[in-house]
Write a protein that binds this ligand. Structure first.
Ligand code: FES
Length: 373
């Protein structure tokens, strides 16, 4: 795009206390804008310009430079404190804050250090732009969108001049501290990935994610109850073509004991019923009960709960990224990004005729992130 830029401040014309920028930037006469008289031409606004102290006094400019450098250094410190807080503070520790009440100590530290780290980078950049970059008013006219080679060269010149005038090359300490702050800034985000591999539950110490996901609350003989009413299920409660969401009968006790929904997420299943003649394969011999099949409800892609069942094709569709599993063929993936089949839960009935698990899952349930490690 063609553009003409006009410096209109008094300093540029030599009327102010100094016609030169305090940091040594030089204004370019090539920026002088020719009077435009074409369609849409408007008279130029008269803008009074007051030079900044940092333009007039080198001492003031250096003071601003020190302020900005300090902000970037503090941002780096915040990134380091974030990591220390993440590693050193117990996840369950709490602290009382007036007005807020009792809050998680680690959450508070992570939030404050991360927030301040971002804020200080932004504040330093704004201060740099407001106090040290050239203080000129410019007018940019609109012309044809097409650029010609001469304008490309001009744009390159302007870029080089901007780089020089912004002081990015001249202020070495400031530039380096900014680069340092930006380099450390992503570290807290990377550290959080550690949660995918480390757990704080002593009962699960030393176990890999695959091992943790291989064990659920299901055991042989444990009744299957309906998710919601928690009523036990009989085979006749599920019609051919029907789908029911299920949980282990002891799920509420587990939740009260652990104060988490982790086990609910791992143990959730769906039960579907089809004509036994439609079942082409299962993950174990006779894992169904009279055509009733139980599968994990958690997608093996990234863990969305699934209950979109197409009873004519026996396909189970995940609404998140369209992974599709064939429940008549051992839960194998037939479409989409999921890399593993849907784990099947072997089921049978107890002496009272209620549906029960025959054992735990034979494969890890849930998202398969650990496979990519
Ligand atoms: S979570 Fe199911 S397809 Fe992505």
């Amino acid at each position: 795009m063609s553009s003409d830029l006009t410096p209109s401040d008094s300093a540029a014309t030599g009327d102010g206390p100094s016609a030169e920028l305090a940091h040594g930037g030089v204004r370019d006469d090539r920026l002088a804008r020719p009077e435009y008289s074409g369609p849409g031409a408007l008279p130029l606004a008269a803008i009074d310009h007051t030079p900044r102290r940092s333009d007039l006094y080198p001492k003031a400019a250096r003071r601003v430079e020190r302020q900005i450098t300090l902000m970037f250094l503090l941002s780096m410190l915040m990134a380091v404190l974030f990591v220390i807080g993440y590693v050193a503070i117990d996840v369950g520790a709490e602290i009382y804050i007036p007005v807020l009440g009792t809050v998680g100590y680690q959450n508070l530290v992570l939030g404050v250090t991360f927030g301040l780290g971002v804020f200080l980078i932004g504040a330093g950049a704004i201060q740099w732009a407001k106090k040290l970059m050239p203080d000129v008013e410019v007018v940019q006219d609109r012309h044809r969108l097409q650029s010609d080679p001469a304008e490309t060269v001009k744009a390159h010149d302007q870029y080089e001049r901007g780089k020089e005038e912004s002081g990015f090359a001249a202020y070495r300490i400031m530039r380096r501290t900014l680069i340092g702050a930006l380099a450390l800034f992503p570290i807290p985000l990377v550290v959080l990935v550690r949660d995918m591999w480390v757990n704080d539950d002593p009962a699960l110490a030393g176990m890999s994610p695959a091992e943790i996901l291989s064990e659920t609350a299901w055991t042989g003989g444990l009744r299957i109850v309906i998710d919601g009413s928690l009523a036990p299920l009989r085979p006749e409660d599920i019609p051919v073509g029907g789908l029911v969401s299920g949980l282990p009968e002891n799920i509420m006790e587990i939740q009260e004991e652990t104060h988490t929904l982790n086990e609910r997420g791992k143990s959730a299943i769906i039960l579907v019923r089809m004509d036994p003649g439609d079942i082409r394969a299962q993950q174990g011999a006779d894992w169904d009960y009279q055509g009733i099949l139980a599968y994990s409800k958690i997608c093996t892609h990234v863990g969305c709960p699934i209950a979109l069942y197409e009873h004519r094709t026996h396909h189970l569709l995940c609404p998140c990224h369209q992974s599709t599993f064939d429940l008549a063929d051992a839960g194998n993936v037939i479409f989409g990004p999921a890399a593993r089949r849907m784990p099947q839960l072997p089921i049978t009935v107890d002496e009272e005729g209620f549906l029960v698990a025959a054992s735990d899952f034979a494969e890890p349930v849930g998202a398969s992130f650990w496979e990519r490690g």
